[in-house]
Design a protein around this ligand. Structure first.
Ligand SMILES: [Ca+2]
Length: 168
């Protein structure tokens, strides 16, 4: 027969499992932004939607890359519901100016969730975020235009258990 202590332990473990399992079983999936914006448009062919059109062509002439018209510009995805962004995958421009995606912050609802800087810009790469919110922004710090050929955002809808208690 189980002792009183064993029963208490079992109940405690069941409670813990009930709290943790929903978040552990929520695997990252690609999230679809409801809208996007950017600080300014270099041209009518380089608008924010080019980064989330599903086309990962990294050649500017493919007509599927963004470009801001201002230096240290930003690009932003907006969601109608709260999401938790685990990481983003980025496709950098191939035929020119890879440094434009070599130094930026990722911000979720205005708070930094990642700081990325490299002297050897990558072609296709991932950056972890791990924050919940409704607005994910890529904020350039290169002193040049911001160009993104594609961004895929991965996470879950809702913030997940581990973030709920810590947000004010
Ligand atoms: Ca694209």
């Amino acid at each position: 027969m189980a002792s009183r202590l064993e029963i208490i332990k079992l109940l405690w473990l069941q409670t813990l499992a009930a709290l943790l399992l929903p978040s552990l079983s929520a695997a990252s999936a690609q999230l679809s932004a409801n809208s996007c914006s950017q600080s300014s448009d270099w041209s009518s062919g380089s608008v924010c939607g080019k980064a989330i059109d599903g086309n990962t062509n990294r050649n500017w002439n493919g007509g599927s890359c963004t470009a801001t018209g201002d230096n240290n510009g930003w690009w932003e995805a907006q969601f109608d519901v709260t999401v938790r962004v685990d990481f983003v995958s980025l496709w950098n421009r191939a035929n020119c100016c890879p440094h434009r995606l070599g130094n930026f912050q990722l911000l979720m609802d205005g708070a930094e969730c990642a700081s990325y800087s490299t002297s050897t810009p990558e072609s296709v790469f991932n950056v972890s975020c791990g924050a919940g919110g409704r607005r994910l922004r890529v904020q350039s710090r290169t002193g040049d235009l911001l160009t993104i050929c594609e961004i895929k955002i991965f996470g879950i809808v809702g913030e997940g258990f581990r973030f709920v208690s810590y947000r004010s």
